[in-house]
Design a protein around this ligand. Structure first.
Ligand SMILES: NC(=O)c1ccc[n+]([C@@H]2O[C@H](COP(=O)([O-])OP(=O)(O)OC[C@H]3O[C@@H](n4cnc5c(N)ncnc54)[C@H](OP(=O)(O)O)[C@@H]3O)[C@@H](O)[C@H]2O)c1
Length: 320
């Protein structure tokens, strides 16, 4: 089969399209013919190992995962002898950041992992980007214990995580103020934001509003900047480590004092999360934003674009 292979850490050009052996599903696994995947910031992090700490997960000296790609949508082509919850021909989607492998024509997944059948009437390209930004956003919103009616601010509302966070926060009943660039104000309103701050004309840290939760979904702010925006017991979460990895330190220390605090939840995803995201898509409460589409052959260009830090939502990879 054709697969994208990376044997060293480095810039987008380290990935190569090569012929490799097609995987064989184990007794508890399904073999998926991939029709669509994405290139996202998780792939970029594992490909570049820009932050040394990430090498404890991705391989200390060289990449442990030779084929990246965590989001997938495709059709089950074969099943292991003990698989009971899927059948050959099922259209499925899901997420795998424990061994990756979706930047290829085929991948395997254990049936109990983060995989389920595709939402009805969605194309493979629409189903592939449901999970990455979606599960990070879900994880952070859950950590902040958002309740109906609470006031929250989402900075970076147009990224994969931010655009999912706006929609999921609305699902949890929050009142959402979203911060984005002029060109995306209408998009962010269409995702459900109650108020939009255009960061090109207004400094969001100067707003008079106060929030139970400030979510920096693009990792460009600091707790120091956002602290005045929080109410007495407000929570700040950033998707980035911050300057000198301060968000880790602050997450360990600020909760001790009982006032405004930083959290740094470790993201995780379960089959139940994928099923929840599927239900939200089916009921029209969540629609992943798609920016550009590339083919597997164009994956280097896709990586270059994603690494501009300016994609709007998700970048999809299509496979014939
Ligand atoms: N290391 C990892 O494994 C990993 C995995 C996932 C995510 N992350 C981190 O999580 C963050 C979000 O990821 P993502 O995939 O959701 O991001 P993304 O899709 O790359 O986010 C880009 C979006 O952020 C907006 N943006 C850029 N600069 C901004 C600014 N100064 N203020 C407000 N918005 C700004 C961009 O729009 P405009 O330029 O038009 O404003 C663009 O729509 C990133 O910092 C990423 O590093 C890390």
């Amino acid at each position: 089969m054709r697969a994208i292979i990376n044997t060293v850490y480095g810039p987008p050009e380290v990935v190569k399209l090569l012929e490799v052996e097609k995987p064989v599903p184990k007794y508890n696994e399904v073999l998926i013919k991939i029709h669509a995947s994405t290139v996202n910031r998780t792939d970029c992090g594992f490909r570049s190992a820009e932050y040394f700490i990430s090498r404890f997960f991705s391989g200390l000296f060289r990449p442990k995962f030779k084929t990246l790609g965590n989001e997938f949508a495709g059709e089950i082509e074969a099943i292991g002898k003990e698989v009971t919850s899927f059948n050959i021909g099922d259209k499925v989607f899901g997420y795998n950041d424990t061994k990756f492998g979706a930047h290829a024509e085929y991948m395997t997944m254990a049936e109990n992992e983060a995989i389920t059948t595709m939402p009805g009437n969605l194309s493979y390209e629409e189903a592939a980007p449901i999970t990455e930004g979606g599960h990070y956003a879900l994880c952070d919103i859950r950590a902040a214990k958002i309740k109906s009616g609470q006031n929250i601010l989402i900075y970076g509302a147009t990224g994969a995580i931010g655009s999912a966070a706006v929609q999921l926060a609305k699902y949890f009943g929050a009142k959402v103020t979203a911060v984005c660039n002029t060109k995306n104000v209408e998009l962010v309103k269409s995702l459900g934001a109650d108020l939009v701050i255009d960061y090109t004309s207004q400094n969001f840290t100067k707003t008079d509003q106060r929030f139970e939760f400030v979510f920096d979904a693009v990792g460009k702010s600091s707790f120091g900047q956002c602290k005045p925006l929080l109410n007495e017991k407000g929570i700040y979460i950033s998707t980035d480590l911050g300057k000198n990895s301060e968000n880790i330190f602050l997450a360990l220390t600020t909760p001790i004092f009982g006032g405004k605090k930083v959290l740094f939840p470790i993201p995780s995803i379960s089959k139940e999360d994928v099923i929840l995201l599927k239900e939200l898509v089916e009921t029209g409460k969540f629609k992943p934003v798609i920016d550009r589409r590339y083919t597997l052959e164009q994956i280097v260009e896709a990586y270059r674009y994603v690494e501009t830090g300016q994609k709007t939502g998700n970048v999809v990879i299509t496979l014939a």
